[in-house]
Write a protein that binds this ligand. Structure first.
Ligand SMILES: Nc1nc2c(ncn2[C@@H]2O[C@H](COP(=O)(O)OP(=O)(O)OP(=O)(O)O)[C@@H](O)[C@H]2O)c(=O)[nH]1
Ligand SMILES: [Mg+2]
Length: 417
């Protein structure tokens, strides 16, 4: 499977990673970077923990002003209370060279902040594997609880386009003077842009570059492009208002496109009987449920008779009134119910469920459903589930009853183990 015979195909989530311990995060990324873990093993182990981060990609020609922009975004995101990870990838450089050093210098001010994690990736000539290892590193950062993960990648070529596929929102940076941007446009980078930014807009020619890019987008506009129109924004490192406007567009794009796009096409792990402690087992069950995964529901905690799951309300969860669909809230509660009632190792089949809705949930709300066991006999068990919002407000209450069968649960096992 792996070219590296020293790589570990069995990988266990290291202690501290899910809590965001920076040293553990850094060590895990190094293992991936150095090929010490078989491809897929990290993603497989983390399956049930993924999908909470918003992944941003920033690309553009060398010197376009990407790192300066990322630095400015970091300041604004920190002010909004976010935890952010930055991954700088330079596919054109075989070793971490000047660009990466420049990134460190330019982002250094925020790099020391406890809520910021910055990492540069050297490519070591493995161009083909770069996007897949970047993707695994993004998984690690997602599981480690970063709210936003920014991937900065330089140059103009197929490798950037590949790397940018990992992102939910893709920003293409073009400095003033369309001549500089032609290379990027040729390489197809413009086509992947969700947001176009004309950097260094304090320099002459910025306004005409904005106009040229708008014209170009207009010419390329697909009639059925969907709900999102690619905006063209000017930003200057000196003007904070530009960065706030950019982040507003980023949030607007997230509301249309949703997060965790990289996970949508991933296959569901195979299922077979396996041992393990309760929490590991329940997490594996959550990760092996295609319906739950498709809604971006993650399991955050579990024990005997209890399970907690989380979901951030996104565009795929809305009803025609623009609030979170009752069915999505039911599913969130039902997921906690299903996991808690199956946590003892015997298959539990739902026979009754009842839900009440206290108040509406909206895009961006971070919902949590926690199931607790109210009673359990040899044949029947009853669970109560509260669905709450990030600020503690009660959204919904759910009660459910299961029939406990005598069958042992088949547990998901990752193919790579
Ligand atoms: N005038 C002006 N200069 C800027 C602005 N933003 C960046 N620069 C300058 O442009 C140069 C390149 O900026 P970087 O942010 O390193 O660009 P980059 O795209 O990250 O570069 P690489 O990672 O090397 O590809 C630096 O000298 C910056 O000082 C801006 O808003 N206005
Ligand atoms: Mg840079």
């Amino acid at each position: 499977m792996s070219k590296n015979k020293h790589s570990h195909s069995h990988w266990k989530i290291p202690t501290g990673l899910l809590e965001g311990d920076r040293r553990v995060v850094a060590r895990t990324i190094s293992q991936i970077e150095h090929g010490e873990v078989a491809p897929g093993a990290v993603a497989a182990a983390l399956t049930a923990r993924l999908g909470r981060a918003h992944v941003l990609g920033i690309t553009g020609a060398p010197g376009a002003g990407k790192s300066t922009l990322v630095h400015a975004m970091l300041g604004e995101l920190l002010a909004r209370g976010r935890r952010i990870a930055v991954v700088a990838v330079d596919p054109s450089s075989p070793v971490s060279g000047g660009a990466v050093l420049g990134d460190r210098v330019r982002m250094g001010q925020h790099g020391a902040h406890p809520d910021v994690f910055i990492r540069s990736l050297a490519t070591r000539g493995h161009l083909g594997g770069l996007s897949s290892s970047t993707e695994e590193i993004v998984d690690v950062l997602d599981a480690a609880g970063f709210d936003a993960i920014i991937i900065e990648t330089v140059g103009a070529g197929q490798s950037e386009v590949e790397i940018m596929r990992v992102a939910d929102t893709r920003i293409v940076a073009c400095p003033p003077g369309l001549g500089d941007s032609v290379q990027a446009i040729k390489a197809g980078i413009l086509e992947i842009a969700d947001i176009l930014v004309v950097t260094k807009s304090d320099l002459p020619g910025a306004d005409s570059t904005v106009r040229d890019l708008k014209d170009m987008l207009h010419l390329r506009a697909k009639p059925l492009a969907g709900a999102w129109t690619v905006p063209v924004l000017g930003t200057s490192a000196e003007r904070g208002a530009d960065v706030a406007a950019l982040l507003d567009q980023v949030a607007a794009h997230l509301a249309v496109a949703g997060r965790a796009q990289r996970l949508r096409a991933r296959p569901t792990p195979k299922v077979q009987a396996a041992p393990g402690d309760i929490k590991t087992r329940v997490l594996a069950l959550a990760g092996a449920d295609p319906f739950v995964r498709s809604l971006g529901i993650t399991c955050t905690d579990a024990g005997a008779g209890t399970a907690t799951v989380a979901m951030t309300v996104g565009p795929q969860h809305l009803n025609f009134n623009g609030t979170c669909h009752g069915g999505a809230i039911f599913t969130l509660a039902d997921t906690a119910f299903g996991l808690a009632s199956n946590s003892h190792g015997k298959v539990a089949a739902g026979i009754d469920a009842h839900i009440t809705y206290q108040q509406a949930a909206r895009t961006g709300d971070q919902l949590q459903a926690k199931a607790v066991e109210v009673s359990r006999s040899r044949k029947l068990a009853v669970y109560r589930i509260d669905v709450t919002r990030g600020d503690g407000a009660l959204i919904s209450s759910f009660t459910g009853t299961v029939y406990v069968t005598g069958l042992d649960i088949k547990l998901p096992v990752q193919e790579t183990m």
